[in-house]
Design a protein around this ligand. Structure first.
Ligand SMILES: CCCCCCCCCCC/C=C/C(=O)SCCNC(=O)CCNC(=O)[C@H](O)C(C)(C)COP(=O)(O)OP(=O)(O)OC[C@H]1O[C@@H](n2cnc3c(N)ncnc32)[C@H](O)[C@@H]1OP(=O)(O)O
Ligand SMILES: Cc1cc2nc3c(=O)[nH]c(=O)nc-3n(C[C@H](O)[C@H](O)[C@H](O)COP(=O)(O)OP(=O)(O)OC[C@H]3O[C@@H](n4cnc5c(N)ncnc54)[C@H](O)[C@@H]3O)c2cc1C
Length: 710
């Protein structure tokens, strides 16, 4: 209903199975040991500046790739699609930040059309096509077409409507977007102002923008590309306002792309950063009494009859928000991709970059060997893995809930909302901050566009806002937490990710048994501390709300909202830690793979504990001494991660094309690439800059003249 270091054996398989593979898929250093193809390998090894790093890895990188991707099949498909994109000149993106907005938009249209052509020519499956688009790596109208327009019709359209509209969308005979947000309201969906008034005389809805603030504002793909939109508007029939509903509205002519009568359309203007999200035509849309047939109201959840009678099916009205739930779930999966890209760049570059001599006057130190660099970078590496696994779990939850909804079982709707909203908020906030941290970890060169990090940040950071502002979403989680706490007294057993709250008697008074740094390696110790912290924070909030506002619960919630945010974050961090622990408990094949994931899981959990030590201490879950022991163990774990760091990012299996970073190159040959890249800047097209004769020469001459007069 809602739908919308490697061993030689693996090296041999990789290398000889694919002799034409591109530079960024060079086999690991250890492959040099293999006799066949040794000349080729030797030539490559000469430029593999990270070879020594790869040789220190204590696990099977190929098997880690499988653990990361989810299956051998997933590695294989991703590898094929990534190489297909990387080898196609139309998909080049190294010049993107130097294009004007118009050039960039046209380039996006060209890439989207070419991607579609390749998808059709090669008869790619849906999975392959999704991956291909992902590796093209340029935000554009297709994201909204496939990511929101199609899912909205699938989730909210009747079978008849799906039958009519989906084939058109699947073949790109129409291009659609998701037009919900308005100039005046985004977070508050119930506050939207656009109206859809039923006219029984003509059996049509009249779509209208009554005020400036009711202009649709932000929808991606709306500005220039879309021919259709799912428009959210207040349904008015028989003089009554029935609130927000979805409607399929044609916006542009299918002949010449001009706006239809009564429709005003445009792009809302340039956005943060060069290149970046400016490839997307986020748009503005106004309606002046535009008429659409009645059957273009999405009628799966509720209907308007020919006579104008409103009928609501016997389903929760929140199903209207199903497309957002679907996309929030995808955004969580996407967070681990963005974070792992940034971390891959920062880890490789930190292994290449050297600063200051060693104590004994020997060679300079790799910056990756500085403990401060490790303590900033390795938690981010661990977070990338943590988000990857929680994203997989969330995808499972989403599929499970969808199946239940099909069977009219709505019991897990709240769980799906809380998990998608909360995980979307936490993973995107952490990822956005982490990309910026990776930029700083790369020093000055990280600030160059050619590092890939400024653009990655600029593209990623709106994820904290779109599909629900993160604060607004965390407050939704907090509300559900407060509801759950209030139900504990009545003996109602919480379920799903809230089940731990059922252990309230124990968790409210338990004391951690940790007495040595190693004790923090015990997953039960970690789990208990995180559960106790989350529950105690939630219970404290609930108590404060009831004490602070004896008159109104809503007023108390409002007063305590900053604390509630923190309680929601604690609950979501518990989910991430729990899912990572569960993952590590599974059977994981490959030499050393499980051990590495275990270490990363501990890094993730103990880093969060260290960062939020105040919460753990204030709620009395652990003592200051136990907090210090956790930090001590964290230091030991960083030392354990260090020799594996480069191989752990190699396991993401990203091509140099996808990374788009001279600092993150697979071969680590950073300096020639940086040097070469600089000369490509349009400013270097002429030796003497444009403007010299107008502005520089007269200035210099004027000063010279003044001096000569002295
Ligand atoms: C690899 C691919 C990756 C991504 C591909 C896609 C590309 C993405 C590009 C980005 C495009 C961006 C698109 C957009 O931004 S679209 C617009 C998104 N807008 C929002 O997210 C708006 C946020 N606001 C809301 O969701 C709601 O207004 C809000 C939930 C905040 C409040 O809603 P409302 O006022 O109606 O409700 P209440 O708070 O009073 O809650 C009432 C009850 O409903 C429950 N609830 C709320 N939401 C949901 C839901 N989604 N599902 C289920 N239940 C929900 C809530 O818990 C309350 O329950 P109770 O009554 O039991 O308390
Ligand atoms: C790049 C991008 C792409 C987008 N694409 C689309 C799209 O395709 N389709 C579409 O319909 N929309 C789209 N949007 C719009 C997006 O969904 C909204 O911007 C988003 O939901 C946030 O709403 P807002 O802008 O109204 O923020 P506001 O709600 O105005 O937020 C402003 C501030 O107020 C705070 N705030 C708001 N309410 C509360 C509250 N109750 N309690 C505490 N604090 C609060 C927020 O935390 C924030 O700090 C896009 C936005 C961006 C940036």
């Amino acid at each position: 209903m809602w739908r919308g270091g490697s061993n030689t054996r693996t090296c041999k398989r990789r290398f000889f199975s694919s002799p034409t593979r591109s530079r960024h898929h060079r086999p690991p250093y250890i492959c040099r040991l293999h006799s066949r193809g040794s000349q080729h390998l030797k030539a490559m090894a000469e430029v593999d500046h990270l070879a020594a790093e790869r040789a220190t890895a204590r696990f099977d990188v190929e098997e880690m790739k499988v653990a990361w991707a989810g299956s051998r099949h997933a590695v294989h498909v991703a590898d094929r699609m990534a190489r297909l994109v990387a080898s196609d000149p139309v998909f080049r993106k190294d010049n993107r930040t130097m294009l004007s907005r118009k050039e960039l938009f046209k380039d996006t249209l060209r890439k989207a059309a070419h991607a579609w052509k390749r998808i059709v020519e090669l008869r790619l499956t849906e999975e392959e096509a999704d991956l291909l688009r992902q590796y093209v790596d340029q935000p554009g109208y297709v994201d909204l077409h496939w990511g929101m327009f199609v899912p909205a019709i699938k989730g909210q359209g009747t079978e008849e409507q799906q039958h009519k509209w989906l084939p058109l969308a699947y073949k790109f005979q129409i291009i659609g977007c998701y037009a919900q947000t308005e100039l005046g309201h985004g977070s508050n969906v119930q506050g939207l102002e656009t109206t859809a008034t039923f006219d029984p005389k003509t059996d049509e809805f009249v779509i209208h923008s009554p005020t400036l603030t009711s202009s649709k504002w932000w929808p991606g793909g709306l500005g220039k590309a879309s021919t259709h939109a799912v428009v959210y508007a207040r349904l008015i029939t028989e003089g009554k306002d029935y609130g927000i509903h979805g409607f399929i509205v044609q916006l542009r002519s299918l002949e010449d792309h001009s706006p239809l009568p009564g429709v005003t359309l445009g792009d809302i203007g340039g956005k943060f950063g060069s290149g970046a999200y400016n490839s997307m035509d986020n748009g503005v849309l106004r309606f002046d009494h535009v008429r659409i047939p009645r059957d273009q109201m999405l009628m799966r959840l509720s209907q308007v009859t020919r006579e104008g009678k409103y009928v609501h099916s016997n389903v929760p009205k929140q199903l209207l928000y199903g497309t957002m739930v679907y996309v929030r779930q995808s955004i969580v999966a996407d967070a681990s991709k963005a974070l792992s890209r940034a971390v891959c760049i920062a880890v490789r570059y930190s292994a290449v970059r050297k600063q200051f001599g060693s104590q004994d006057g020997g060679p300079e130190t790799q910056v990756l060997n500085y403990k401060t660099q490790q303590s900033r970078l390795f938690p981010l590496l661990a977070s990338a893995y943590a988000f990857r696994f929680v994203g997989d779990w969330l995808n499972w939850l989403y599929t499970d809930v969808t199946q239940k909804l099909e069977a009219k079982d709505f019991s897990t709707l709240q769980e799906a909302h809380a998990c998608t909203a909360g995980l979307k908020a936490v993973t995107t906030s952490v990822t956005a901050d982490a990309i910026e941290e990776c930029r700083k970890l790369c020093g000055g060169h990280g600030y160059l566009n050619s590092s890939g990090l400024p653009e990655l940040f600029a593209v990623y950071v709106p994820a904290c806002t779109y599909e629900g502002d993160n604060v607004v979403l965390l407050l939704q989680v907090a509300r559900i937490l407060m509801k759950t706490v209030s139900q504990l007294a009545s003996g109602k057993q919480p379920v799903g990710t809230m089940a731990y709250m059922g252990k309230v008697q124990y968790l409210m008074q338990c004391k951690s048994a940790v007495s040595s740094a190693e004790d923090w390696l015990n997953p039960d110790a970690i789990q208990e501390a995180f559960e106790a912290r989350a529950l105690r924070m939630a219970v404290n909030c609930a108590q404060n709300i009831s004490q602070a506002a004896s008159q109104e619960e809503a007023a108390g919630f409002y007063e305590r909202s900053p604390d509630l945010l923190e309680a929601a974050v604690a609950h979501i961090q518990l989910i991430i830690v729990t899912k990572f622990i569960e993952k590590v408990h599974q059977e994981i094949p490959g030499h050393g793979v499980k051990e590495q994931l275990q270490a990363l899981c501990n890094v993730y959990a103990l880093y969060i504990l260290h960062k939020h030590l105040g919460d753990f201490l204030a709620t009395g879950c652990i003592t200051p001494r136990q907090g210090a022991l956790a930090n001590e163990q964290l230091g030991k774990l960083y030392a354990q991660v260090r020799p594996n760091a480069v191989a752990l990012v190699d396991a993401f299996n990203y091509t140099d094309h996808y990374l788009g970073s001279v600092l993150g190159r697979y071969d680590g040959d950073v300096y020639p690439a940086l040097y070469e890249e600089a000369w490509k800047d349009p400013l270097n097209e002429t030796v003497v800059p444009e403007g010299y004769h107008e502005y520089l020469r007269p200035l210099i001459k004027q000063q010279q003249l003044k001096l000569s007069r002295l």
